[in-house]
Design a protein around this ligand. Structure first.
Ligand code: XMP
Length: 480
């Protein structure tokens, strides 16, 4: 038998040893980190590319809080691109392709477009596509005649308050205030439209000071893709919609299929970050980086809803997997994403202390308001569903989406699930969950005497605990 000499560990097998600290407050630490080679985050938390965790609402919330969301791939290519686009359009100093209506559109039609896209204003174009005015919610609010053309209620172009193409945010803010307007079209010197600045967007910029944004002020978002030939087009549609990163999402990432896909995506979309995964070994990281990966996702069978280790016998306990992979990642200058098995803030601190740059969370975020799906009530309590992407129900949903018909229950037996479906307590807004987790991580940094994540890597010292030590670690001998 070929047996590795070391004992593999996971989060509960160890604790971090307190170190002398000069940190006087949790606010004095900085949780800034790298998601990938070129994308930095203020908060090292990523929402998982699972269909019960991340679509546009979660991705927007995560980016606003300083983390990042990975939109799952278990939907049509078109829909995934729309989810990506929703995040990219959610905010930005300048809306580059503002929605518009034609001059002879009716008030009713304009109201419908605004409601569909949840926006408060539309540019009005003539038949040649020239901007001739702006119509906002206020113009339409009390208009009694829904058939009236927008041309009659809009503000015409020569009455619009506009902004110079190179105006700063400060100038935009002052102009909005001085003229008591909420939208400022921005025109190039040749009269063509550059975009629209809105008061709402400026308010959001102030509201989310550590938001993860691209160079144009838009929220960042990642999109998951598989390894089939059709996934190249899925990736292209997501990139076209503005995805900042593509995450090659396959359970056994240390495979030719995954490595080829990373290589292909890197060649075709050199400006987009490509994340490879999942792997659990040094060789896995090396091969991923050699194929071009800008970050590597680590975790095989650690997830709360995973049964891969039971069904296949394969996996590496997560703390050891992160340790081994992070050593390779640090040597190669590529960040490691610790994916799966995180149950509390302490696990996040341990995962990062052992070398990860970020953590990916599934079931911890599945119960929040921003995850897809409605809450269910059981015994008077609210829960939300979380399911493994290799669970029976996820497999059947996928087949049904591909076949465009229901799968015969007799065929269910053909599926060999490597995940389960479960419920988690509904937890309210994701902001509150992230606040608690980041608070715990900040406290953890101060126990390590570390002002930054790099210092945590340098200072961290782990100690093994026995089962008695684990009992002592949790609340004990009291009635909760
Ligand atoms: P947590 O523990 O945060 O884990 O809920 C989320 C991660 O679990 C992985 N995942 C799966 N692994 N079978 C597996 O073996 C599955 O069906 C499955 N679904 C998700 C994935 O890496 C996710 O981010």
């Amino acid at each position: 038998m070929k047996l590795r000499p070391e004992t593999a560990l996971t989060f509960d097998d160890v604790l971090l040893v307190p170190r002398r600290s000069s940190i006087r407050s949790r606010r004095a630490v900085n949780t800034r980190t790298q998601f990938s080679r070129r994308i930095a985050l203020a908060v090292p938390i990523i929402s998982s590319n699972m269909d019960t965790v991340t679509e546009a609402a979660m991705a927007m919330a995560m980016a606003r809080l300083g983390g990042l969301g990975v939109i799952h791939r278990f939907m049509t290519t078109e829909r995934q691109a729309v989810e990506v686009e929703r995040v990219k359009r959610a905010e930005g100093f300048l809306v580059e392709y503002p929605r518009s209506v034609v001059l002879d559109a009716t008030v009713q039609q304009a109201r419908a477009v605004m409601a569909q896209h949840n926006i408060g204003g539309l540019l009005v174009c003539d038949q040649e596509g020239q901007i001739v005015g702006l119509v906002t919610t206020r113009d339409l609010l009390f208009e009694p005649n829904p058939a009236r053309p927008v041309a009659e209620v809009m503000t015409p172009r020569d009455h619009l308050v506009t902004l110079e193409a190179d105006a700063s945010m400060e100038i935009a803010r002052n102009t909005l205030h001085r003229h008591r307007v909420e939208k400022l079209p921005v025109f190039e010197s040749d009269g063509s439209l550059r975009g629209l600045v809105t008061a709402q967007d400026i308010i959001k910029i102030d509201q989310w000071p550590v938001a993860t944004k691209d160079e144009r002020g838009r929220l960042r978002v990642a999109a998951a893709v598989g390894v089939r030939p059709s996934d190249e087009e899925r990736a292209a549609a997501c990139v076209q919609a503005g995805a900042d990163a593509l995450v090659v999402d396959i359970a056994h990432g240390h495979s030719d299929a995954a490595l080829d896909m990373v290589r292909l995506l890197k060649a075709r979309f050199p400006r987009v970050e490509v994340v490879g995964g999942n792997v659990a070994t040094t060789e896995g990281v090396r091969d991923m980086v050699e194929a071009g990966a800008d970050a590597v996702k680590v975790g095989v069978g650690a997830g709360s809803i995973c049964i891969t280790r039971i069904i296949t016998g394969f996996g590496v306990p997560q703390l050891t997997a992160i340790d081994e992979c992070a050593q390779a990642g640090h040597d190669l200058g590529v960040p490691i994403i610790a994916d799966g098995g995180i149950r509390n803030a302490g696990d996040i601190t341990k995962a990062i202390a052992v070398g990860a740059s970020t953590v990916m969370l599934g079931s911890m975020l599945a119960g929040t308001d921003e995850s897809p799906g409605a809450a269910v009530i059981r015994n008077g309590r609210r829960y939300k569903i979380v399911r493994g992407m290799a669970s029976l129900s996820a497999n059947i949903s996928r087949q049904e989406a591909e076949l465009q018909r229901e799968v015969d229950p007799e065929d269910w037996e053909r599926v060999v699930p490597e995940g389960v479906e479960a419920i988690v307590p509904a937890r309210g807004p994701v902001q509150e969950v992230i606040y608690q987790l980041v608070g715990g991580l900040r406290s953890g940094l101060s126990y390590a005497g570390a002002a930054t994540i790099a210092e945590l890597w340098a200072n961290a010292e782990f100690i093994r605990v026995t089962s008695a030590g684990r009992v002592e670690s949790a609340a004990h001998d009291v009635t909760m």
